[in-house]
Write a protein that binds this ligand. Sequence first.
Ligand SMILES: C[S@@+](CC[C@H](N)C(=O)[O-])C[C@H]1O[C@@H](n2cnc3c(N)ncnc32)[C@H](O)[C@@H]1O
Length: 263
Amino acid sequence: MKPYYQDESVTLYNGNCLELLNTDTIIVGAADALLTDPPFSFAGGISNGVASSVDSQFFLHWWKSVAPLIVETVQETGEGFIWCDWRSAPIFEAGFRVDQTYSWRLAQMLYHHRQMPGMGKPFRNSVDTIAYVRGPKSSGSRIPNTTLNWISDYWYYGKHANHPAEKSVNVARQLVEWCSDPGDVILDPFAGGGTSLIAAKQSGRKAIGIEMEERFCEVIVKRLQQQSVQFGDEDRTSCARCAPEYTEEAAKTAANIPMAALR
Ligand SMILES: C[S@@+](CC[C@H](N)C(=O)[O-])C[C@H]1O[C@@H](n2cnc3c(N)ncnc32)[C@H](O)[C@@H]1O
């Protein structure tokens, strides 16, 4: 497949990562490190108090298809980070397990204190959870062992300008620097608004991104070209599967996401 966009640092594909990883388009071993933010909010089988048709079992089934492709695409010496939550983290780890052994494993959990609380009832999330994942031959040597697993005050989560589940470029840049060297290739199979790709580029790395929704690919290209676009409320709701906001409308949309939407 031809890239949707390519510059000296970033190659972006508009498609389904299940169909692009480990193919002639994105070959085995193409990346040195992983930084990604899959659509994990349905891992608990419940969204805003409403049972979701996309439940944990399906999420595990889906992730068990994706994880081996990611593992094959990133070098065994690689490591990286996956945004997750307390429900999805064990599922992400289970996807790395083959029988009784792990190909990759979750090695630590980082907590990013978000200044603006997120979803939840009665408790609202005030942290983003980020799993540190390691390939079987990774060294972890870029991270000084004085480093705490607590990231605070980097970013104000106000109205997202680029994607409903947008993460902080500053945090992403820190993660990129912890898991790779300049010139390395970062893989993000769930690029969204392109935060990881921008962070990689800003840190002197290369990046391969995949995003299934063309409108977000457009956003990524604009961001890479240093423009910003604003989403209206309608767009934010229709993309609820990434990070539903706490509204009745988002809950209804979330409950009706067809399985195909997560492919
Ligand atoms: C949680 S969002 C990523 C947000 C991103 N971290 C940011 O800061 O903008 C996940 C993205 O993965 C995309 N996606 C979901 N399933 C996919 C698949 N199978 N292949 C490629 N992209 C997918 C969704 O369209 C969504 O934009």
